[in-house]
Write a protein that binds this ligand. Structure first.
Ligand code: AHR
Length: 515
């Protein structure tokens, strides 16, 4: 063999092991003992007094023929318990800064009504209030996250709410709670200090809100916040980096635990496009907006790092999800939309982004739980259906409180009309029992993609997997066909000599378990 032949033979041998088809994705895992834990609170939910979320979604009333516990439908409680929701945000949203909690306690006949000015202008009877919500959280075994009214409330009102739900001794508010039938406090840790203060929360300048925040946060706790309240400042609207900058600069760290961020996957606020009959162009633009979450977090975190090197303040993405035009024939103020495979793509990729930023992103809330925006459940009378988004949360819950396995991802593009997006999204973690989980998403609307992962550094013997896929991107579960999209067992992968090769169908999500 001459020198050239020798080089050729060497190249051939080398290629057969490591060089993949140019279109394949490769992942290099970088397991590290110092890697952060993926906080389970990234899997938080959000229930606002909006449309059919609370009334007719969660709460059907004790006298309803629909099986319920204290007025909350049992099928929904069961479904949410099955995905281990770690926290639930309430009562808004924009509604929070119009809500006066004292209107929702005590005998029903004494409760005033409230006009829901932001959402459809409907009049509510305040029958679902603080006790209902906090008891529901107990039934769900989830942590409540109360959003306080800063926009139209007072410092005293919020301080009183904290006392009412958290004080176990004798105090005017604790006594009132006991009079209303609840002896023991609920011990609420998570508190939002207003919502979208740059918009529906009062159209404030960040400097003004930062001062207001300091005042509210001071009176919610005591000297050193001995009660351990986790106070979250109303955060930026998507790429408003100045908002985060001003808050981080102007709020002392002893007064703040989390700074929020809201970002919706929306095509164009003036033309959001249909929920089901969307085109591929609209799908592509939605995914572009969804994947933008990665850049947003990176940039907001860089600002936070400037003022908080030790990562004492968390980033809390307490509103995220897809936002489209409402279903035809429904109240435009109720934000009721169907949930398709597009939403599964949003959920899968967004959660991967959160995992990969879990050193700073410690909490997030999908908007919203039921009958509003990217819901996990939709109801119609006695019927309830679970959406593709629900199934993604169920498949992904193995990552809750597991240790992140950092990775480098090299992905092919999903191209449309000369524009491109990364086709593959991925994240991995190791749970307390030592099981490895890898979540892979292929957003390409047409092409299957193969992902190759060298896992030789991890001691894994075997893999099992589940997939969520369907024939069309527009596919969804309906009241007529509630199980059209369901996770299924998946076998299209090979695991040989520590290298895992997975073939992902177009627009699919796969979660693998290795042990
Ligand atoms: O989730 C719906 C609305 O979106 C919330 O009320 C508000 O905070 C955001 O603009």
């Amino acid at each position: 063999m001459n020198k050239l032949q020798l080089i050729g033979a060497f190249v051939m041998a080398f290629c057969s092991v490591t060089v993949l088809n140019a279109q394949d994705a490769t992942i290099t895992v970088k397991p590290s003992e110092d890697a952060p834990t993926i906080s389970k609170h990234i899997y938080g939910h959000f229930a606002e007094h909006l449309g059919r979320s609370i009334y007719d979604g969660f709460y059907v009333g004790e006298d309803s023929p629909i099986p319920n516990t204290d007025g909350v439908r049992n099928d929904l409680i069961e479904a949410l318990k099955a995905i281990k929701i770690p926290n639930l945000r309430w009562p808004g949203g924009c509604f929070a800064d119009t809500y006066h909690w004292k209107d929702g306690i005590g005998p029903q006949e004494d409760r005033p009504t409230i006009v829901n000015t932001w959402w459809g202008g409907v009049t509510e009877d305040n029958s679902f209030g603080t006790h209902n919500f906090l008891n529901l959280c107990e039934a769900l075994d989830t942590e409540p996250y109360l959003a306080g009214n800063v926009g139209s409330g007072t410092v005293k009102e919020l301080a009183d709410w904290v006392q009412y739900v958290n004080h176990d001794g004798t105090s005017p508010m604790a006594d009132l709670r006991k009079e209303n039938g609840r002896e023991k406090s609920w011990g609420v840790t998570y508190w939002g200090v207003g919502n979208e203060m740059w918009g529906c929360g009062g159209n404030m300048e960040p400097e003004f809100y930062a001062n207001l925040y300091r005042q509210y946060a001071t009176f919610m706790g005591s000297w050193n916040n001995e009660a351990g309240l986790y106070r979250i400042a109303s955060g930026a609207n998507s790429a408003d980096y100045n908002w985060t900058e001003v808050l981080m600069k102007n709020i002392p760290k002893n007064l703040i635990d989390g700074v929020a961020l809201h970002h919706y996957s929306v095509i164009d606020w003036g033309a959001k496009g249909p929920d089901v009959t969307f085109s591929e162009e609209q799908y592509f633009t939605t995914m572009k907006s969804s994947l933008f979450m990665d850049e947003l977090i990176t940039k907001h975190v860089a600002i936070m790092d400037k003022y908080d090197k030790n990562k004492e303040v968390d980033l809390v993405v307490d509103e995220w999800g897809g936002w489209y035009e409402v279903q035809e024939g429904t109240n435009p103020g109720f934000l009721y939309q169907q949930n398709t495979m597009r939403d599964a793509m949003i959920a899968g990729t967004t959660l991967n982004i959160f995992h990969n930023h879990s050193d700073r992103v410690k909490m997030a809330n999908l908007a919203q739980t039921v009958n509003v925006l990217q819901a996990v459940a939709l109801t119609k009378g006695e019927q309830m259906i679970l959406t593709p988004t629900y199934h993604i949360l169920k498949m992904y819950m193995v990552h809750q409180d597991a240790q992140l396995i950092p990775m480098d991802l090299d992905t092919p593009d999903y191209e449309l009309n000369g524009d491109k997006l990364p086709a593959i999204s991925a994240s991995a973690s190791k749970d307390a029992e030592g099981k490895t989980h890898i979540s892979l998403v292929n957003i390409d609307a047409h092409k299957e993609n193969t992902v190759s992962i060298d896992l030789s550094e991890l001691d894994i013997k075997d893999f099992s997997a589940e997939i969520l896929a369907s024939e069309k991107l527009q596919d969804h579960n309906s009241f007529e066909d509630p199980k059209h999209i369901m996770p299924e067992g998946f076998k299209d992968f090979k695991f040989k000599k520590g290298v895992l090769e997975v073939t992902l169908p177009a627009f699919s999500v796969v979660v693998l378990e290795g042990k």
